[in-house]
Design a protein around this ligand. Structure first.
Ligand code: UT7
Length: 335
């Protein structure tokens, strides 16, 4: 809810995206693990996902930002801050944000990586909005970029069918037209989810050893059913709660913009909010779960497809590893 004395909102003023060319369809997975196109489609909604063959998360992030900047008069050197939401940084350090800064030539920017898995974009968007609302920064880039293929075990049928690679970016700028921009957020993290969705090794708890590699601890581990149940409850509740908190009825919401992990989680969220499928942004069929990139990817595709208009109220919602989850209420401001 807007504080009464608020003078500036942070608004999304440009969007951009990058998806790699290589496509892995469900038929391909039938050839590498014991699965079927029918199982994947009915249990997840996924038909295809993209795979980055050369390069890393910083490359995809840079391409997405460049794609975004092409649509504006903003030059890279005008960017104040770059926030990269990712769980697949190029390296532990330096931060991917530094690599992106160099690749796009953002000569005056500072930046950092934000690790919140599938909620990374929402956490980064709220962080970026707060930097704008402080009055200190005028141009903040928030980019979600994940090369999930780098941490996916392609012998594990439970997980390998779910994930893909992509990046997508938004530009945040201040607006004094308070009817537009980011209006409210409800965000959570709960470390009790750590045992059911994680990548165990490579960090300070389990540094890389021959044993960690043999145990396949450098890949995503997920207990799907447990996470599914938590996601349905977490994402649906927080989406409903942000509507209640802001006095929004289903007819006031133009779109739910959900994290794309599973079409059944998305449907449960929309049902709880009382909104129909045609008011839900969905592209999981084409890209699978691209972690921090799913939500801005939806925003970019629907905006470019002419489906989002200035003044539309959007509810962005996510659930992911940590657990992390939340919702953001914003009013679209790009013509
Ligand atoms: O984005 C981060 C947060 N993550 C999520 O939100 C993901 C949440 N979880 C899910 O989306 C779902 O739990 C999955 C899609 C991962 C799995 O769907 P499910 O309906 O929960 O299936 P399940 O894990 O309960 O498995 C049902 C059956 C099992 O066989 P049995 O034990 O009943 O004989 C699995 O072994 O389906 C089997 N199975 C598969 N069968 C064919 C699991 N993966 C596959 C597969 N192909 N790829």
């Amino acid at each position: 809810m807007q504080p009464k004395n608020k003078k500036i909102n942070a608004a999304i003023t440009a969007v951009g995206m990058y998806v790699p060319e290589k496509i892995l369809d469900n038929k391909y997975f039938e050839s590498i693990v014991d699965t079927t196109d029918e199982w994947i489609t009915t249990r997840t909604g996924i038909k295809e996902r993209r795979i980055l063959e050369n390069g890393a998360s910083s490359d995809m992030a840079a391409y997405a930002i460049q794609d975004m900047l092409k649509t504006t008069n903003v030059k890279p050197e005008e960017i104040d801050v770059i926030i990269v939401a990712t769980v697949t940084p190029d390296m532990f350090f330096p931060a991917t944000a530094c690599l992106v800064q160099e690749k796009i030539g953002a000569k005056k920017a500072w930046g950092f990586d934000l690790s919140a898995a599938c909620s990374g974009f929402l956490f980064a968007l709220q962080t970026g909005a707060s930097l704008i609302e402080s009055g200190t920064y005028k141009k903040v880039v928030v980019v979600g970029s994940d090369k999930m293929s780098a941490i996916t075990d392609y012998t594990d049928r439970n997980n390998c069918i779910l994930f893909g690679d992509a990046a997508s970016a938004v530009l945040l700028e201040p607006t004094t037209e308070l009817q537009y921009g980011i209006k409210d957020s409800i965000l959570f993290c709960d470390g009790s989810g750590k045992d059911v969705l994680n990548m165990k090794a490579g960090g300070s708890l389990n540094p890389a050893t021959k044993e960690t590699v043999e145990k396949r601890w450098h890949y995503i581990y997920q207990e799907g059913k447990t996470v599914f149940k938590a996601a349905v409850k977490g994402m649906a509740d927080v989406s409903y709660d942000i509507m209640q908190k802001n006095g929004l009825k289903p007819e006031d919401v133009a779109y739910l913009v959900p994290h794309q992990a599973n079409l059944r989680i998305i449907d449960a969220t929309a049902e709880r909010m009382g909104i129909s499928r045609d008011k839900v942004m969905i592209n999981i069929d084409k890209y699978g779960n691209t972690t921090a990139a799913t939500i801005p990817l939806c925003l970019t595709e629907y905006y470019r497809g002419g489906k989002v208009k200035r003044g539309d109220n959007l509810i962005l919602a996510s659930f992911g590893a940590g657990y992390t989850w939340g919702a953001i209420y914003l009013t679209w401001s790009i013509d």
